[in-house]
Design a protein around this ligand. Structure first.
Ligand SMILES: *Cc1c(COP(=O)(O)O)cnc(C)c1O
Length: 469
């Protein structure tokens, strides 16, 4: 499988190189040159497979030529073996033909484990083969950091540095990062905000001299392997609900358009999906596009669903690329005008075509809490705020009651106690067994000034299993 850039100017790469690449050299994002397409019979024959075996069948075409079948199978069995639920991604019924796909049974209790547990193992496999080491530098406001560290903690060939804003992430999220130890794990608290952290990561990608030749790898959702891993659970859910003989609809809480883009790909690979709902919080650039063809940057608001607090959606470019007939030059122009003017609309017929599949809703904090309370009252299920946004959007945007509606349950409620408290649900939140002593564990973290040179010096001092690069 070859991968091309959405802006048409960067060289095509194979899977291995895409895994190790961040942005393409022309500023675009990598996508498969040709998407694999499965027949209905083929998909139907996968019913009842264990998750890791389904994952092998869905993802195999993407890695062919880079990872041997036997190796890939073993990696997938290990990856999904660490999940605490035997179904890996169980479906729970909320209402008539309405289901939550629980994606929070991984080590850090959020759906990012599906991709980052795999990414860590794939990286180590490829690097071992090449005899190389890499450094990962990532910024996090919460979920990505802990999932990335959990995914890389056993990697022999990766040193990971995760930057979080000092005193500005929740205690559960901080402890999920800082209580993981290893000579290749480096937690850095920056005396600044999340944007400061993200700017440092960007600047480090732009000028890598401080790494003395060691390659820098991205773990944010621009990394193709993350999207790829997320395609699998759409198949998994649909197969349990009568697919592919029957269509399924999905409602997806999203900020960066990563998770929902995976659903769009599943559909293009042959899975009958009749509706995809983009569910956002008050940071609603995606909803404004889907409802009114306006993709315009606005100010950032802090919400009760912080993992979706974004101003622009990095993966949306991948959909825009398809929307424009995969014309890289057109995309480069569009993204350029976005950079200059902070917004754009697409041609009306392209937008209308997109709306045949996508609906959207923006849900504010008050409605989020209302939904958590309603669902708890109706079913006894406690939703995290991100999932609650998905449920709200599913209920308001649903096109057909005959089509099963699946809401992606992106996090465990214990990660976001503030929203649950505000919802007034009188149920104590309990950490799952493997994290029950989280608040007693020792923490390790280095606090650094909000200064690029200081951070880069720290990385070059510790980037080789704690020793200098
Ligand atoms: C990251 C995250 C999201 C948003 O994911 P996208 O990649 O923006 O689609 C939603 N919910 C939770 C809990 C998350 O951690």
């Amino acid at each position: 499988m070859r991968y091309i850039s959405t802006r048409g100017q960067a060289p095509a790469l194979n899977f291995e190189d895409v895994l190790l690449a961040g942005l393409a050299s022309d500023g675009g994002l990598y996508v498969p040159e040709n998407l694999p397409r499965f027949t209905q019979e083929e998909i139907a024959s996968w019913a009842g497979l264990p998750y890791h075996e389904l994952a092998f069948r869905v993802m195999r075409p993407f890695v062919t030529g880079s990872i041997a079948d036997a190796d890939f199978k073993k990696i997938l069995e290990e990856t999904y073996g660490v999940f605490s639920h035997s179904a890996v991604a169980p479906l729970r019924q909320l209402n008539g033909n309405e289901w939550v796909l629980e994606l929070f049974h991984g080590p850090t209790l959020a759906f990012k484990d599906f991709a980052l547990q795999l990414l860590g193992r794939l990286l180590d496999h490829v690097l071992q083969k090449r005899g190389e080491r890499v450094v990962i530098i990532g910024a996090t406001s919460g979920d990505t950091g802990s999932a990335a560290i959990e995914g890389c903690k056993h990697c022999e060939n990766v040193d990971i540095f995760i930057l979080h804003p000092h005193n500005r992430v929740s205690e559960v999220q901080r402890r999920q990062m800082t209580t993981l130890f290893g000579e290749n794990i480096h937690n850095i608290a920056i005396e600044g905000n999340f944007d400061d952290c993200q700017e440092m990561v960007k600047a480090s990608f732009a000028d890598q001299g401080f790494l003395k030749g060691t390659r820098l790898v991205a773990v944010n959702s621009i990394n193709w392997a993350r999207i790829m891993a997320q395609i699998v659970y759409y198949f998994h859910a649909a197969l349990q609900l009568g697919g592919p003989a029957r269509s399924v609809a999905f409602s997806v809480p999203t900020g960066n358009f990563g998770d929902i883009f995976a659903g769009y790909l599943a559909r293009n690979m042959g899975l009958p999906i009749n509706q995809l709902i983009v569910a956002t919080n008050r940071n609603d650039i995606l909803h404004r596009f889907m409802s009114g063809n306006q993709y315009v940057k606005e100010t950032l608001h802090a919400t009760l669903s912080p993992s979706m607090d974004i101003m622009v959606s990095s993966n949306f470019e991948r959909l825009l690329f398809d929307m424009h007939g995969r014309n890289g030059a057109a995309l480069a122009g569009l993204m350029d005008s976005f950079k200059q003017g902070g917004g754009f609309s697409v041609e009306q017929d392209r937008w209308t075509e997109t709306r045949k599949l996508f609906d959207s809703l923006a849900v504010d904090d008050e409605q989020t809490c209302e939904t958590i309370a309603d669902v708890f009252e109706q079913t006894g299920e406690l939703l995290d705020p991100h999932t609650a946004i998905g449920v709200r959007a599913a209920r308001e945007c649903r096109r057909s009651l005959d089509v099963p509606m699946v809401i992606l349950g992106t996090a465990h409620p214990v990660k976001f106690p503030e929203a649950v408290e505000k919802a007034g649900v009188g149920k104590a939140l309990e950490l799952p067994a493997h994290l029950s002593d989280l608040f007693e564990r020792e923490e390790r973290c280095t606090v650094l000034a909000n200064d690029l040179k200081t951070v880069q010096a720290f990385v070059s001092q510790h980037g080789n299993r704690g020793k200098p690069l």
